[in-house]
Write a protein that binds this ligand. Structure first.
Ligand SMILES: O=C(O)CCC(=O)C(=O)O
Ligand SMILES: [Fe+2]
Length: 398
Protein backbone atom coordinates (compact mmCIF):
# COMPACT_ATOMS: atom_id res chain seq x y z
CA UNK A 1 0.00 0.00 0.00
CA UNK A 2 2.95 2.34 0.62
CA UNK A 3 3.70 2.24 -3.09
CA UNK A 4 5.40 5.55 -3.95
CA UNK A 5 4.13 5.43 -7.53
CA UNK A 6 0.57 5.28 -6.29
CA UNK A 7 0.50 6.81 -2.82
CA UNK A 8 -2.67 5.50 -1.23
CA UNK A 9 -3.98 4.02 1.99
CA UNK A 10 -6.98 1.79 2.62
CA UNK A 11 -8.25 1.41 6.17
CA UNK A 12 -10.93 -1.00 7.29
CA UNK A 13 -13.40 -0.07 10.02
CA UNK A 14 -11.96 3.41 10.46
CA UNK A 15 -15.43 4.68 11.36
CA UNK A 16 -17.74 2.83 13.70
CA UNK A 17 -21.11 1.72 12.38
CA UNK A 18 -22.72 4.14 14.81
CA UNK A 19 -20.76 7.02 13.25
CA UNK A 20 -21.82 5.86 9.78
CA UNK A 21 -25.46 5.73 10.85
CA UNK A 22 -25.38 9.18 12.39
CA UNK A 23 -23.95 10.72 9.21
CA UNK A 24 -26.58 8.82 7.23
CA UNK A 25 -29.27 10.40 9.40
CA UNK A 26 -27.86 13.85 8.65
CA UNK A 27 -27.68 13.20 4.93
CA UNK A 28 -31.13 11.69 4.67
CA UNK A 29 -32.66 14.64 6.51
CA UNK A 30 -30.67 17.52 5.04
CA UNK A 31 -29.42 16.69 1.54
CA UNK A 32 -30.22 18.57 -1.63
CA UNK A 33 -29.92 17.49 -5.22
CA UNK A 34 -26.24 17.39 -6.11
CA UNK A 35 -23.95 18.74 -8.75
CA UNK A 36 -24.59 15.92 -11.23
CA UNK A 37 -27.60 13.77 -12.20
CA UNK A 38 -28.66 11.15 -9.62
CA UNK A 39 -26.32 12.57 -6.99
CA UNK A 40 -27.32 14.16 -3.65
CA UNK A 41 -25.13 16.16 -1.34
CA UNK A 42 -24.95 17.70 2.11
CA UNK A 43 -22.20 20.25 2.64
CA UNK A 44 -21.33 21.81 5.98
CA UNK A 45 -22.09 25.28 4.66
CA UNK A 46 -25.51 24.03 3.59
CA UNK A 47 -26.14 22.83 7.16
CA UNK A 48 -25.34 26.32 8.42
CA UNK A 49 -27.54 27.97 5.81
CA UNK A 50 -30.54 25.80 6.75
CA UNK A 51 -30.39 26.44 10.50
CA UNK A 52 -28.89 23.03 11.15
CA UNK A 53 -25.40 24.08 12.26
CA UNK A 54 -25.57 21.69 15.22
CA UNK A 55 -25.23 18.80 12.75
CA UNK A 56 -21.62 19.88 12.18
CA UNK A 57 -20.75 18.41 15.58
CA UNK A 58 -20.64 14.70 14.60
CA UNK A 59 -18.23 15.59 11.76
CA UNK A 60 -15.72 17.31 14.05
CA UNK A 61 -13.90 14.32 15.64
CA UNK A 62 -14.07 12.38 12.37
CA UNK A 63 -12.47 15.20 10.38
CA UNK A 64 -9.75 15.41 13.02
CA UNK A 65 -9.00 11.71 12.95
CA UNK A 66 -8.92 11.62 9.16
CA UNK A 67 -6.55 14.57 8.94
CA UNK A 68 -4.24 13.10 11.54
CA UNK A 69 -4.12 9.73 9.82
CA UNK A 70 -3.56 11.29 6.43
CA UNK A 71 -0.77 13.59 7.70
CA UNK A 72 0.88 10.63 9.39
CA UNK A 73 0.79 8.40 6.38
CA UNK A 74 1.80 11.00 3.81
CA UNK A 75 4.27 12.59 6.20
CA UNK A 76 2.99 16.14 6.02
CA UNK A 77 2.21 17.19 9.57
CA UNK A 78 0.93 20.77 10.03
CA UNK A 79 0.94 21.30 6.29
CA UNK A 80 -2.67 20.61 5.40
CA UNK A 81 -6.04 22.28 5.67
CA UNK A 82 -9.36 20.67 4.94
CA UNK A 83 -10.63 22.16 1.71
CA UNK A 84 -14.04 20.47 1.56
CA UNK A 85 -16.18 18.15 3.66
CA UNK A 86 -19.41 16.70 2.33
CA UNK A 87 -21.80 13.80 2.39
CA UNK A 88 -22.41 12.59 -1.13
CA UNK A 89 -24.83 9.90 -2.24
CA UNK A 90 -25.11 8.33 -5.64
CA UNK A 91 -28.24 6.61 -6.81
CA UNK A 92 -29.10 4.44 -9.78
CA UNK A 93 -27.45 5.78 -12.93
CA UNK A 94 -24.63 7.73 -11.23
CA UNK A 95 -21.02 6.93 -12.15
CA UNK A 96 -17.73 8.69 -12.85
CA UNK A 97 -15.11 7.78 -15.43
CA UNK A 98 -11.30 7.84 -15.08
CA UNK A 99 -10.14 11.07 -13.46
CA UNK A 100 -7.86 12.56 -10.85
CA UNK A 101 -9.44 14.80 -8.25
CA UNK A 102 -7.38 17.87 -9.20
CA UNK A 103 -8.18 17.62 -12.89
CA UNK A 104 -9.76 21.07 -13.37
CA UNK A 105 -8.03 24.44 -13.12
CA UNK A 106 -10.28 25.37 -10.18
CA UNK A 107 -9.42 22.10 -8.36
CA UNK A 108 -5.64 22.47 -8.47
CA UNK A 109 -5.51 23.28 -4.75
CA UNK A 110 -6.57 19.72 -3.92
CA UNK A 111 -3.63 17.62 -2.71
CA UNK A 112 -5.26 14.64 -1.01
CA UNK A 113 -8.61 12.88 -0.94
CA UNK A 114 -10.27 10.84 1.79
CA UNK A 115 -13.41 8.90 0.94
CA UNK A 116 -15.21 7.21 3.85
CA UNK A 117 -17.80 4.63 2.94
CA UNK A 118 -20.89 4.95 5.07
CA UNK A 119 -22.81 2.02 3.67
CA UNK A 120 -22.03 -1.22 1.89
CA UNK A 121 -21.80 -2.71 -1.57
CA UNK A 122 -24.46 -5.38 -2.26
CA UNK A 123 -26.16 -4.72 1.09
CA UNK A 124 -27.29 -1.12 0.57
CA UNK A 125 -26.59 -0.61 -3.13
CA UNK A 126 -25.48 -2.47 -6.23
CA UNK A 127 -22.73 -1.42 -8.63
CA UNK A 128 -20.61 1.52 -7.46
CA UNK A 129 -17.27 -0.30 -7.22
CA UNK A 130 -14.25 2.01 -6.93
CA UNK A 131 -11.32 1.35 -9.31
CA UNK A 132 -7.75 2.58 -9.49
CA UNK A 133 -6.40 2.64 -13.03
CA UNK A 134 -2.91 1.50 -11.96
CA UNK A 135 -1.32 -0.15 -8.95
CA UNK A 136 -2.85 -2.11 -6.13
CA UNK A 137 -5.49 -2.55 -4.97
CA UNK A 138 -7.26 -2.29 -8.27
CA UNK A 139 -10.86 -2.48 -7.20
CA UNK A 140 -12.46 -1.60 -3.89
CA UNK A 141 -15.91 -2.74 -2.85
CA UNK A 142 -17.20 -0.06 -0.46
CA UNK A 143 -17.98 -1.31 3.04
CA UNK A 144 -19.43 0.84 5.81
CA UNK A 145 -16.63 2.21 7.98
CA UNK A 146 -13.79 1.76 5.45
CA UNK A 147 -11.74 4.68 4.19
CA UNK A 148 -9.66 5.23 1.07
CA UNK A 149 -7.01 7.96 1.08
CA UNK A 150 -4.96 8.96 -1.94
CA UNK A 151 -3.13 11.83 -3.58
CA UNK A 152 -5.46 13.94 -5.69
CA UNK A 153 -3.04 14.05 -8.63
CA UNK A 154 -2.51 11.84 -11.67
CA UNK A 155 -0.72 9.16 -9.63
CA UNK A 156 -4.15 8.04 -8.54
CA UNK A 157 -6.45 8.04 -11.54
CA UNK A 158 -9.67 6.35 -10.49
CA UNK A 159 -13.28 5.74 -11.49
CA UNK A 160 -16.52 4.55 -9.93
CA UNK A 161 -18.76 2.04 -11.71
CA UNK A 162 -22.36 2.98 -12.27
CA UNK A 163 -24.64 2.47 -9.29
CA UNK A 164 -27.42 0.21 -10.49
CA UNK A 165 -29.65 0.02 -7.41
CA UNK A 166 -29.99 1.65 -3.99
CA UNK A 167 -28.14 4.69 -2.61
CA UNK A 168 -24.34 4.66 -2.18
CA UNK A 169 -23.28 7.06 0.57
CA UNK A 170 -19.85 8.52 1.32
CA UNK A 171 -18.25 11.18 3.46
CA UNK A 172 -15.72 12.81 1.16
CA UNK A 173 -12.97 15.24 2.16
CA UNK A 174 -10.31 17.03 0.19
CA UNK A 175 -7.15 18.41 1.75
CA UNK A 176 -4.96 21.23 0.53
CA UNK A 177 -1.51 22.64 1.27
CA UNK A 178 -2.84 26.08 0.37
CA UNK A 179 -4.20 27.66 3.55
CA UNK A 180 -6.28 30.15 1.56
CA UNK A 181 -8.56 27.19 0.79
CA UNK A 182 -9.21 26.38 4.44
CA UNK A 183 -12.85 25.33 4.78
CA UNK A 184 -12.76 25.98 8.53
CA UNK A 185 -12.23 29.72 8.12
CA UNK A 186 -15.25 29.99 5.83
CA UNK A 187 -17.43 27.85 8.08
CA UNK A 188 -16.47 29.75 11.23
CA UNK A 189 -17.29 33.03 9.53
CA UNK A 190 -20.70 31.71 8.41
CA UNK A 191 -21.38 30.23 11.84
CA UNK A 192 -20.58 33.50 13.55
CA UNK A 193 -23.25 35.20 11.47
CA UNK A 194 -25.88 32.48 11.73
CA UNK A 195 -25.60 30.82 15.08
CA UNK A 196 -28.35 31.92 17.45
CA UNK A 197 -27.71 32.74 21.06
CA UNK A 198 -28.17 30.47 24.00
CA UNK A 199 -31.19 32.45 25.17
CA UNK A 200 -33.17 31.85 21.99
CA UNK A 201 -35.89 29.31 22.38
CA UNK A 202 -35.41 25.82 21.04
CA UNK A 203 -37.64 26.18 18.05
CA UNK A 204 -35.79 29.20 16.73
CA UNK A 205 -32.37 27.82 17.30
CA UNK A 206 -32.67 24.18 16.30
CA UNK A 207 -35.44 23.73 13.80
CA UNK A 208 -34.42 23.38 10.16
CA UNK A 209 -35.20 26.02 7.61
CA UNK A 210 -35.51 24.65 4.06
CA UNK A 211 -33.49 26.16 1.23
CA UNK A 212 -35.18 27.07 -2.04
CA UNK A 213 -37.58 24.33 -3.18
CA UNK A 214 -35.68 23.90 -6.44
CA UNK A 215 -32.77 22.47 -4.43
CA UNK A 216 -34.99 19.58 -3.34
CA UNK A 217 -36.50 18.81 -6.72
CA UNK A 218 -35.29 15.65 -8.40
CA UNK A 219 -35.93 14.87 -12.02
CA UNK A 220 -34.27 12.54 -14.44
CA UNK A 221 -33.37 15.17 -16.96
CA UNK A 222 -33.12 18.16 -14.62
CA UNK A 223 -36.64 19.10 -15.68
CA UNK A 224 -38.39 21.98 -13.98
CA UNK A 225 -40.90 21.76 -11.13
CA UNK A 226 -43.80 21.46 -13.55
CA UNK A 227 -42.52 18.29 -15.13
CA UNK A 228 -42.24 14.80 -13.76
CA UNK A 229 -39.98 14.17 -10.80
CA UNK A 230 -40.36 14.60 -7.06
CA UNK A 231 -39.53 16.60 -3.98
CA UNK A 232 -36.73 14.59 -2.35
CA UNK A 233 -37.94 15.26 1.20
CA UNK A 234 -41.44 13.96 0.51
CA UNK A 235 -39.98 11.09 -1.49
CA UNK A 236 -37.77 10.01 1.42
CA UNK A 237 -40.85 10.00 3.65
CA UNK A 238 -42.80 8.13 0.98
CA UNK A 239 -40.33 5.24 0.75
CA UNK A 240 -40.60 4.80 4.51
CA UNK A 241 -44.39 4.65 4.26
CA UNK A 242 -45.33 8.17 5.37
CA UNK A 243 -47.50 10.83 3.82
CA UNK A 244 -47.71 14.52 4.50
CA UNK A 245 -50.86 16.37 5.49
CA UNK A 246 -51.12 20.12 5.51
CA UNK A 247 -54.20 21.77 7.03
CA UNK A 248 -53.70 25.07 5.22
CA UNK A 249 -55.97 25.96 2.34
CA UNK A 250 -54.15 25.08 -0.85
CA UNK A 251 -55.89 27.90 -2.68
CA UNK A 252 -54.13 30.47 -0.51
CA UNK A 253 -50.78 29.55 -2.04
CA UNK A 254 -49.91 30.98 -5.42
CA UNK A 255 -46.77 28.87 -5.35
CA UNK A 256 -47.57 25.36 -4.14
CA UNK A 257 -43.96 24.55 -3.44
CA UNK A 258 -44.13 26.92 -0.46
CA UNK A 259 -46.58 24.56 1.23
CA UNK A 260 -43.81 22.30 2.46
CA UNK A 261 -42.25 25.22 4.30
CA UNK A 262 -45.43 25.53 6.37
CA UNK A 263 -46.60 23.54 9.41
CA UNK A 264 -47.67 20.03 8.50
CA UNK A 265 -48.48 16.62 9.95
CA UNK A 266 -47.50 13.04 9.18
CA UNK A 267 -49.94 10.37 8.07
CA UNK A 268 -49.52 6.67 7.61
CA UNK A 269 -52.11 4.40 6.09
CA UNK A 270 -55.36 6.00 7.19
CA UNK A 271 -53.94 7.42 10.40
CA UNK A 272 -52.92 11.01 11.13
CA UNK A 273 -50.44 11.78 13.92
CA UNK A 274 -51.43 14.84 16.00
CA UNK A 275 -48.02 16.53 16.13
CA UNK A 276 -47.47 19.53 13.93
CA UNK A 277 -43.98 19.92 12.45
CA UNK A 278 -42.79 23.38 11.43
CA UNK A 279 -41.98 22.29 7.88
CA UNK A 280 -41.16 19.18 5.88
CA UNK A 281 -37.48 19.16 6.89
CA UNK A 282 -38.48 19.06 10.53
CA UNK A 283 -40.83 16.11 9.90
CA UNK A 284 -38.20 14.34 7.81
CA UNK A 285 -35.54 14.76 10.48
CA UNK A 286 -37.73 13.26 13.18
CA UNK A 287 -38.71 10.33 10.94
CA UNK A 288 -35.09 9.63 10.01
CA UNK A 289 -34.10 9.81 13.66
CA UNK A 290 -36.85 7.34 14.54
CA UNK A 291 -35.68 4.92 11.85
CA UNK A 292 -32.03 5.32 12.87
CA UNK A 293 -32.89 4.45 16.45
CA UNK A 294 -35.78 2.15 15.60
CA UNK A 295 -34.41 -0.81 17.50
CA UNK A 296 -34.36 1.25 20.70
CA UNK A 297 -38.04 2.02 20.33
CA UNK A 298 -39.39 -1.46 19.74
CA UNK A 299 -40.10 -2.25 23.34
CA UNK A 300 -42.90 0.11 24.23
CA UNK A 301 -45.98 -1.70 25.34
CA UNK A 302 -47.70 1.57 26.14
CA UNK A 303 -50.67 2.61 24.07
CA UNK A 304 -50.58 6.00 22.45
CA UNK A 305 -52.65 8.50 24.41
CA UNK A 306 -56.18 9.02 23.22
CA UNK A 307 -56.52 11.76 20.65
CA UNK A 308 -52.91 11.68 19.44
CA UNK A 309 -53.71 9.55 16.42
CA UNK A 310 -56.81 10.20 14.35
CA UNK A 311 -58.42 8.46 11.43
CA UNK A 312 -58.09 10.47 8.27
CA UNK A 313 -61.37 11.82 6.97
CA UNK A 314 -62.34 11.43 3.35
CA UNK A 315 -61.50 15.05 2.58
CA UNK A 316 -58.15 14.83 4.36
CA UNK A 317 -57.28 11.79 2.30
CA UNK A 318 -58.21 13.59 -0.88
CA UNK A 319 -56.07 16.53 0.10
CA UNK A 320 -53.08 14.29 0.77
CA UNK A 321 -53.38 12.67 -2.61
CA UNK A 322 -53.71 16.05 -4.34
CA UNK A 323 -50.60 17.29 -2.53
CA UNK A 324 -48.78 14.09 -3.27
CA UNK A 325 -49.55 14.23 -6.95
CA UNK A 326 -47.90 17.64 -6.98
CA UNK A 327 -44.83 16.80 -4.91
CA UNK A 328 -44.24 13.20 -5.94
CA UNK A 329 -45.27 13.27 -9.56
CA UNK A 330 -43.57 10.00 -10.26
CA UNK A 331 -43.88 7.68 -7.25
CA UNK A 332 -42.21 4.73 -8.97
CA UNK A 333 -39.21 6.87 -9.80
CA UNK A 334 -39.02 8.02 -6.15
CA UNK A 335 -39.07 4.40 -5.01
CA UNK A 336 -36.45 3.40 -7.51
CA UNK A 337 -34.14 6.19 -6.41
CA UNK A 338 -34.47 5.92 -2.64
CA UNK A 339 -35.44 2.39 -1.74
CA UNK A 340 -33.01 0.30 0.23
CA UNK A 341 -31.70 -2.76 -1.59
CA UNK A 342 -32.04 -5.25 1.22
CA UNK A 343 -35.12 -3.91 2.98
CA UNK A 344 -37.32 -4.02 -0.09
CA UNK A 345 -40.13 -1.64 -0.74
CA UNK A 346 -43.20 -2.94 0.91
CA UNK A 347 -41.72 -3.91 4.19
CA UNK A 348 -43.28 -1.10 6.16
CA UNK A 349 -43.76 -2.44 9.62
CA UNK A 350 -46.99 -1.36 11.22
CA UNK A 351 -46.01 1.77 13.04
CA UNK A 352 -46.37 1.93 16.77
CA UNK A 353 -47.21 5.60 17.31
CA UNK A 354 -46.33 5.38 21.01
CA UNK A 355 -42.79 4.43 19.99
CA UNK A 356 -42.77 7.20 17.42
CA UNK A 357 -43.95 9.68 20.02
CA UNK A 358 -41.11 8.63 22.35
CA UNK A 359 -38.68 9.13 19.46
CA UNK A 360 -39.96 12.69 18.93
CA UNK A 361 -38.96 13.51 22.52
CA UNK A 362 -35.61 11.73 22.17
CA UNK A 363 -34.95 13.62 18.95
CA UNK A 364 -35.43 16.92 20.83
CA UNK A 365 -32.90 15.83 23.47
CA UNK A 366 -30.42 14.73 20.79
CA UNK A 367 -30.65 17.99 18.86
CA UNK A 368 -30.54 20.03 22.07
CA UNK A 369 -27.30 18.31 23.07
CA UNK A 370 -25.65 18.98 19.70
CA UNK A 371 -26.79 22.58 19.87
CA UNK A 372 -25.24 23.05 23.31
CA UNK A 373 -22.01 21.51 22.07
CA UNK A 374 -21.69 23.89 19.17
CA UNK A 375 -22.45 26.90 21.35
CA UNK A 376 -19.65 25.87 23.71
CA UNK A 377 -17.25 25.14 20.84
CA UNK A 378 -17.69 28.20 18.67
CA UNK A 379 -15.75 30.69 20.84
CA UNK A 380 -12.75 28.32 20.78
CA UNK A 381 -13.08 27.84 17.05
CA UNK A 382 -13.19 31.59 16.51
CA UNK A 383 -10.13 32.15 18.64
CA UNK A 384 -8.10 29.47 16.88
CA UNK A 385 -9.72 29.90 13.45
CA UNK A 386 -9.97 26.15 13.35
CA UNK A 387 -12.74 23.61 13.93
CA UNK A 388 -11.65 21.06 16.51
CA UNK A 389 -13.08 18.97 19.29
CA UNK A 390 -12.93 20.91 22.54
CA UNK A 391 -14.55 18.23 24.65
CA UNK A 392 -11.49 16.18 25.38
CA UNK A 393 -9.88 19.26 26.93
CA UNK A 394 -9.76 19.04 30.69
CA UNK A 395 -12.78 20.09 32.66
CA UNK A 396 -15.37 19.90 29.95
CA UNK A 397 -18.80 18.68 30.74
CA UNK A 398 -21.85 19.18 28.68
O1 LIG B 1 -17.12 7.85 -4.02
C1 LIG B 1 -16.04 7.38 -4.41
O2 LIG B 1 -15.69 6.21 -4.19
C2 LIG B 1 -15.10 8.29 -5.18
C3 LIG B 1 -15.79 9.46 -5.75
C4 LIG B 1 -14.89 10.28 -6.61
O3 LIG B 1 -14.05 9.80 -7.29
C5 LIG B 1 -15.01 11.74 -6.61
O4 LIG B 1 -15.98 12.28 -6.05
O5 LIG B 1 -14.13 12.41 -7.18
FE1 LIG C 1 -12.54 11.26 -7.60
Amino acid sequence: MADSEHPRLILNNFLSLEECKELELIHKSCSTVGYRPNVFSTTLSHLIATNSSHFIMPFVPIRERLKEKLEDFFDCHYQLVIEFTGLISWTSGASIGWHSDDNKPYLKQRDFTAVCYLNSYEKDFKGGLFNFQDGEPKTIAPLAGDVVMYTADSLNIHSVDEVTDGERLTLTLWFSRDSSHDEDAKLISALSKNLPHRSDNFSHSCLPLPASSIMYWFSLNQASLEESGFDICWARLHVLGYNVYCSQEMSSFSDFSELLMEPLQLARGDELFYQEFVNILHALQVVQFFHWKASEYQTSKVDIEAGKVMSLSHSQREKISRLKSFFVKDGRLAERVFHSVTKGLNEHHALDWANFSAAVTAWGDYIGKLHKEILVSLPYWRTHQSIFSVFHLAGFEI
